[in-house]
Every structure is written in C-alpha cells, then in structure tokens.
Design a protein around this ligand. Sequence first.
Ligand code: ZN
Ligand code: ZN
Ligand code: ZN
Length: 343
Amino acid sequence: MQLTQDPHRRFNPLTREWILVSPHRALRPWQGAIEKIPVERQPEYDPTCYLCPGNSRAGGVHNPVYKSTFIFDNDFAALKPDTTPDRLDVDGKGLLVAAGEPGTCRVMCFSPRHDLTLSTMDPPDIAEVVRAWAGQFQELGARPDINHVQIFENRGAMMGASNPHPHCQIWATYSLPEAPAKELAAQSDYQRLHSTCLLCDYIALEEKQHVRIVWQNESFVALVPFWAVWPFELLICSRRHLATFLDLSIAEVSDLGNILKQVTSTYDRVFEVPFPYSMGFHQAPTDKAAHPEWHFHAHFYPPLLRSATVRKFMVGFEMLGTPQRDITPETAAERLRSLASSG
Ligand SMILES: [Zn+2]
Ligand SMILES: [Zn+2]
Ligand SMILES: [Zn+2]
C-alpha cells in the first residue's frame, strides 16, 4: 500500500474512528480555482450589530462601551443552569433514555471592532482573548454542576455564524460532550498501556517525519493530522504536556496568540476569502478529578474544498459509512505551508 496513491483507511487514535483516503482521485496538480468573489467590507462599527459596543441586544439589554473583550450570557441559551440532572429510562430497558443537562452558554466578543477577525487582530490582542478564555474556563469549571467547558468559534455564514462581529461561544455543561468523551477514553487507555501521553508521542512522531507540520513556535505545533477528515483541518497542540488554559505560562499565552494569528491568516489566503471554519479547544474535564492523561489542543475544521464556494459535504457514504477525503493531509499541509511562507 502506498499512502500517496492507493485507497486506504487511516486511524484516528484520539477518537478511535477510521477515515477513508482516496489519493488517486486528487493526483493531478493543485487546481484550486481562485474565484474572485467580492468580499464584503465590514465597517469598524455597525449600528445594527447586537455585539458592537453600546448597542442593544434582545430584550433591550445594552452592551457596555467595552474596550477589549466582552462576555455575556447568551440571550437565547441552549442550556439553563437551573435544570436538574435527572435520568429517565422507560421500563429500565435502556431504549428510551434521557438525562437533564444543566449548563451555561455565554458569548465572548474578541474585540470592540466589528471589522476585525482573529486573522486580522494583533497578536497581543489575541493574547488578551486567550487570557479571557482562561478566566472563563476557571470561573465556569469551578462550579460543582459544570464538568466540561467547551470554547468554540463558528466563523462565516457557511458555518452558521449569523453575525460577522468577531466572537466565540462558551458552553459549560454538566456532562462530558461526545467528542471530548471519546478523546478522554482514548487518552486514558493510551496512558495506561504505554505510561506516556498519546499526543506527546504523536507530536514526537510528526516532528520526526515533518511532512504534516505547518507551523511551530517555542510552545505550539500546528499540523494537518494524519487522520484529518476536513480538507484543511488543523490540530494545534501545546509542546509541553499541559491540560488546560490555566497551565499556560505567560510566554505560552503569547505564543498561542501568535500561532492562532498565523493559522487564521494563512487560511484566509487559501482561496483569498475570509476562510469559514469551526474551531474549538479541547481541555481536560472540570470534574475535579486529576487528568494526567489529557493533552491541551485545539481543532480547526474548515469546510472549503476546491474554491471559495465549493465546500465538502458529509453525505452518502460519509453519512452512512465512513468519512472520506481525496486530497491527502500531506498535500493539504504542503499547500498551507506554501501560503504560510508567502504571507
Ligand atoms: Zn459588531
Ligand atoms: Zn502530552
Ligand atoms: Zn480534541
């Protein structure tokens, strides 16, 4: 089997799921059409934006005239803190099962400027966002009813972001969500079996091969994982074995700001449009237990495939069987690296 030409499956050790890679379908040289689609220029301040400083939100609440980040409870929250975590199992058969889910949903604006994004903000201002994320993680994670804090950003209308104002969401939940639950089990088992950390070992292998790493600095590595599903998926890992934002040193906070800037600004150069994505941080659960197995990381899942308008859809075999990709993670990494150096 040759990874560069033969159809094959790749294993994701973090979720213990497989993906199908069909490199022979993408052997031709890069043909990504750069469609010059007009990019809507945003104003610095938009009087109709519910996230801009001083503007009113649903229910007539007024935003303060904030100067850096601004955090508030989501006006249309998917979760409510006063829910009880009761469990329902009709006739005890495990077939009609439900559980109450207490939680809190917040919104965080990255900047008072309506027209900025992580890719256009200055790294020190992104470091300020990282410090605000750490503060939220600490505050929400300390609550007895919160066992996991998910910080994530949906960027672009294609990802369902209804407002271009730079912001993310924080969903703090009673239960451990599905994706981190799979990763927790995999990391725990790996540590039990090898007495080392799954992602520490993985990063060491990637550094040896050096084909999927797009960026690195003193504290972080950004790479297209061997098992990436999305065309330009990236995984950002801390070099040091740490579990949450609270373990970051001052230098690591600023290095994280730098690598986030590099990743997002390179993304914007792939098709010369503001690149849509969902990104989020995976940190250790906040269940008050020690988590020596957990390694801090972030995932970027961008949907664009060949141009600013052609996106990858998870349909057909992917929906009913296994996710599949044509362009290999190695080719995607090469493409990102070439754009990284040109920027
Ligand atoms: Zn705004
Ligand atoms: Zn580690
Ligand atoms: Zn993860």
